[in-house]
Write a protein that binds this ligand. Structure first.
Ligand code: ATP
Ligand code: MG
Length: 463
């Protein structure tokens, strides 16, 4: 028997006391059956992002009567009950979100997007029949497991298999095409043959889905434990050509060339880089996956020498990254990060670099994304068949730290000699330097702030 958290039992008991049927369904049952020793959905690591789904024969109104704190505000009839998590001592994770949806069926899909009408169902079996994959169509009432579609068998075989006829199910709702791939990345499962063939056959239906919903699933694919497998499924089923054609075409771009270290075509290199990128951040992984897309447009092969080059591919790639970020409706913050990482990925690592050059590099990448930039490079290196690092690379990282530790200098002031000359209407000369020096001393001693206006205000008094 699966042990449920106290809060879940409490919620289910309230239904049972009122003579209603109530079942845990979806991801929570799936995760508990996969790993009964730890209930993933109560561990502090995951509970923030993972919800508990229930299904019941109670109506939304009846649920609201039992839980006055609950809210009910969507067309699917889902009632959300917030309940305090007693086991959690972390302030930010103190509640479970329980989502309770009355038994329902879905019928009359006309646009591969949403059902034209939703009808309530009478039994849990009927409710399970509308769910996407067998591993998601298992219900648990605290004692018995209801598994009409062989979900437990597929869990042990590690397979994602559509409930019913896959062609019909994907035509009903094309988001399921991406959900299947998302579960390959999150769970490390394969897709059952007929389901996979059907995804390939119906891949074009994805164009009916909004980019916001595609983005959400795609970022979950990137954020899973097996993102490169997920991307290969996208590639092999044809979905990638709709979502990221810029990456799709890279699989046809060779880069083996005399005296070059590359062992893979550009597309395979990108997937391998993603596989080995040590960051778990979906946007850093995204940037790693697309860092070389500019190579498809800049490919040049010299007929005489057979040498292949991709001049300025990072400049072209930056423009493409901007388009991709727009298309996938990333937030401004996500956009900025994705584009910066792609634009800067060609940075050189050399023992001859000056501190100034290293400082310039930090300024263009920004301190905030510095570790992400290094993680992209690690993926890039391993994904090219190189060792994870080199002595040059290690030296560079050390220098990055040292440069950042260097004490505050005159040139770090928020104003410069030009500001001084302009304000005092004077020409270049020792007076300018001496004023800057005095300002610097004042800022170092904490007497004034290093803010442009504060500094300008001081200039006349110092002079
Ligand atoms: P997780 O919560 O870990 O992301 P999940 O399987 O619970 O995974 P949800 O999106 O929370 O996924 O959906 C809950 C359940 O609702 C699913 O397990 C599935 O049974 C059903 N479901 C969700 N989306 C669909 C869909 N597009 N078509 C059919 N069933 C769906
Ligand atoms: Mg869920």
């Amino acid at each position: 028997m699966i042990k449920l958290p106290q809060e879940v039992n409490g919620l289910m008991d309230a239904f049972k006391k009122n003579k209603f049927q109530i079942y845990v369904v979806g991801g929570a049952v799936r995760d508990m059956l996969l790993d009964p020793s730890t209930s993933l959905r109560t561990s502090s690591k995951k509970e923030m992002e993972l919800d508990w789904d229930f299904t019941t024969n109670a109506t939304p109104e009846q649920i609201l009567k039992m839980f006055p704190d609950a809210f009910y505000n969507n067309v699917y009839g889902t009632v959300t009950v917030p309940i305090k998590n007693k086991q959690s001592n972390n302030e930010t994770m103190k509640q479970f979100l329980f989502e309770i949806t009355p038994f329902r069926t879905e019928s009359n899909y006309s646009d591969s997007r949403h059902p034209k009408k939703i009808e309530w169902a009478k039994t849990v079996d009927e409710d399970l029949s509308r769910r996407d994959f067998t591993i998601n169509a298992i219900a648990y009432d605290g004692k018995n497991i209801i598994d009409p579609y062989g979900g437990q068998k597929d869990l042990s075989n590690r397979l994602i298999k559509a409930v019913g006829d896959p062609d019909i199910r994907f035509n009903e709702d094309a988001l399921r095409l991406l959900r299947a791939v998302r579960f390959t990345s999150q769970l490390g499962f394969l897709i059952e043959d007929a389901t996979r063939d059907s995804i390939q056959k119906n891949a074009g239906l994805i164009t009916k889905i909004s980019w916001e919903r595609i983005r959400d699933e795609f970022l979950k694919i990137l954020g899973g434990d097996h993102p490169s497998e997920g991307v290969l499924f996208l590639k092999n089923t044809g979905l990638l050509s709709y979502i990221l054609p810029e990456v799709d075409v890279c699989f046809a771009i060779p880069q083996k060339s005399p005296k070059r270290h590359h062992v893979y075509d550009v597309g395979t290199h990108l997937v391998m880089a993603l596989k080995h990128c040590p960051s778990s951040d979906p946007i850093t992984r995204f940037a790693t996956l697309i860092h070389d897309i500019g190579k498809a447009k800049t490919f040049y092969k010299d007929e005489k020498t057979d040498l292949i080059t991709f001049y300025n591919h990072e400049v072209v790639g930056k423009k493409q990254a901007e388009k991709i970020a727009e298309r996938l409706k990333l937030s401004n913050k996500q956009k900025d990060k994705l584009i910066t990482l792609v634009a800067e990925h060609q940075y050189t690592v050399s023992e001859d670099q000056t501190d100034k050059a290293i400082r310039r590099f930090i300024r263009s990448v920004t301190k905030e994304y510095l570790q992400d930039m290094l993680d992209l490079r690690t993926g890039d290196r391993i994904g090219s068949g190189a060792k994870p690092t080199s002595w040059r690379n290690e030296l560079f990282k050390k220098r990055l730290e040292e440069v950042q530790k260097q004490p505050f200098q005159i040139k770090d002031l928020k104003i410069n000699g030009n500001d001084v000359m302009k304000l005092l209407k004077i020409k270049p000369g020792p007076q300018v330097g001496s004023i800057l020096k005095k300002l610097f001393e004042k800022v170092s001693k904490g007497k004034i702030k290093n803010e442009k206006q504060d500094l300008l205000d001081q200039i006349t008094t110092i002079n």
